[in-house]
Design a protein around this ligand. Structure first.
Ligand code: HEM
Length: 495
């Protein structure tokens, strides 16, 4: 037997011994924790040494029913269970009431808990992982700006022009009539996002932001090793280059503001953050420029992929549901005719008051589960509905299992926008059982903007083209994507 084999055997044996000791220690600790609390640790299974139940978790993620991992354990152990995935013991909640408590106690009892590669890339003062007063301040500033009617009125024109430009290019007969929708929607929404955050328009600067940002986010889910040549290292370098550029935009804007003492409406998120002086007038505290630049870059993460994926999946679901598509086309054609008759421009309120279109968006958000869960860490022992979540443990509040549960939605795997009509009863876009945008103090500040963008896209798509979608599958691990980027063949409608 060669010495390499002996060495491998020794290392393996030592790892096994270490893992068995570690588990015994953990179980002992859990027993003590259970004794000191009235609640009890949820039931569940730790799975294999080292890997726990990760393989099954990932395999389900790649299947057509990603919530089957949760469903299997829910039937064995109940709505809240413990498991060991992605290198850590974790409590999974598929119970909407428990999820609500987790979301609403963010900051004081629960804090965000991301895989190591994500925390490395985000930076400590990112809104996505910061807690306390500064997170609240930033959330309120950005949320207030993104929800403001002034921004919506202005951004509606920008979204329309990005969407129309893309749709016009599809008409070019020299181009192949097959469109990869996932790519196209990404291009449209990225331009809108960068404009909202820092007013960069199409051109060289935009191309630079796009290139570096794509390199940056490749490292969000990777091995947390920072050595030169590794994925994480390359992503950190891309972030540095991006930050340098954004910092220059922020500095130039600050100088321009000081010169002109501009007090008009903010144009973008950079303006909003630069102008803020903090809560107290006696002790004015402006946000540092590095903090602003970092957060502008980090706020691109939740907005970049989510909106184009909802647009793409709406088209996918509609392609498979002719009745829903016909109803959507009718509603949008009527608006188009009214607008053409009165020669009026569209207002942002025209788009968001299209009732059936909004139902299509809600139903897509429910089924697509772009953000399928949030991860939190308990700062102290917490008991919710009799379940103990010990201090230091992670909780995964699963949205997808709530959205796909028969107890909450009839025929949950059926795309049915009519279920959102008030008269249908049951479902409500504000209920605990519908949380595509999260909830509590971290409720997505981009919620209304996202719905507006998707409405504008759907309106111009269905009033300009008919399409036939190729066969394609949805993949949900590590993030929601179409396997073939959803190829569609388009046919212009004769006006
Ligand atoms: C369909 C599109 C979107 C979905 C489904 C979505 C979903 C979510 C969810 C579930 C959260 C909560 C995360 C948590 O609790 O840890 C969140 C937070 C956030 N989202 Fe979105 N989002 C979308 C679009 C956007 C857009 C377009 C922007 C920016 C313009 C944005 C900016 C943010 C920010 C900054 C946060 C962090 C808020 C905080 O922690 O205080 N999102 N989003």
């Amino acid at each position: 037997m060669s010495w390499e084999l002996i060495l491998t055997g020794l290392v393996f044996g030592w790892c096994l011994y270490y893992e068995v000791r570690r588990r015994r220690y953990k179980e002992e600790k859990q027993r003590k924790e259970m004794n000191r609390s009235a609640g009890s640790l949820p039931k569940g299974n730790w799975g294999w040494p080292f890997i726990g139940e990760t393989l099954d978790f990932i395999a389900c993620g790649y299947s057509s029913r990603p919530v089957s991992f949760m469903d299997k354990r829910k039937s064995l152990y109940g709505e809240v269970f413990k498991t060991h995935i992605l290198g850590r013991p974790i409590i999974v909640s598929t119970d909407p009431d428990v999820n609500k408590v987790v979301l609403q106690n963010c900051g004081s009892v629960f804090i965000p808990c991301y895989p190591k590669s994500i925390t490395e890339l985000l930076g400590k003062s990112s809104i996505l992982q910061m807690n306390g007063g500064l997170q609240k301040r930033l959330h309120a500033l950005i949320g207030g700006f993104l929800r403001s009617p002034q921004l919506k009125a202005r951004i509606t024109r920008d979204i329309e022009s990005s969407v129309k430009l893309a749709l016009l290019a599809w008409k070019d007969p020299s181009q192949c009539p097959i469109i990869f929708l996932q790519e196209e929607t990404k291009r449209i929404t990225f331009e809108v996002l960068v404009r909202v955050l820092m007013s960069v328009g199409p051109g060289q600067e935009m191309n630079f932001v796009k290139r570096e940002f794509e390199e940056f986010i490749k490292g969000l889910i990777c091995l947390p090793i920072k050595l030169p040549g590794t994925r994480l290292h390359k992503s950190l370098k891309a972030k540095e280059r991006l930050l340098k550029m954004v910092r220059k935009i922020v500095e130039d804007r600050k100088m321009a503001m000081e010169r002109t003492e501009d007090k008009g409406l903010p144009n973008d998120a950079v303006d909003v953050l630069l102008r803020d002086t903090g809560e107290s007038n006696e002790k004015q505290e402006r946000l540092p420029l590095d903090f602003i630049s970092g957060n502008i870059v980090e706020m691109m993460i939740p907005g970049e992929d989510s909106v184009p994926m909802v647009m793409t999946l709406a088209v996918k679901y509609l392609s498979d549901s002719p009745l829903a598509l016909a109803r959507l086309v009718d509603e949008n054609m009527e608006l188009k005719r009214n607008k053409a008759g009165s020669c009026e421009e569209y207002a942002w309120t025209d788009y968001v008051s299209l009732a059936f279109t909004q139902n299509v968006i809600s139903e897509t958000l429910r089924m697509a589960n772009i953000i399928n869960a949030v991860w939190r860490k308990a700062l102290k022992d917490v008991e919710i509905k009799g379940y103990l979540i010990p201090k230091g443990w992670c909780v995964l509040a699963s949205f997808s299992s709530v959205h796909m549960d028969e107890g909450n939605y009839d025929n949950p795997y059926q795309f049915n926008p009519w279920r959102w009509e008030k008269t249908a009863g049951g479902s409500s876009v504000n209920s605990n059982t519908f949380t595509p945008f999260g909830g509590g103090q971290r409720l997505c500040p981009g919620l209304e903007l996202s719905r507006l963008e998707i409405s504008i896209f759907l309106h111009h798509l269905v009033t300009t083209y008919r399409w036939v979608a190729d066969e394609d599958d949805i993949v949900t691990f590590p993030t929601v994507k179409m396997k073939r980027k959803l190829p569609i063949t388009i046919m212009p409608i004769d006006d």
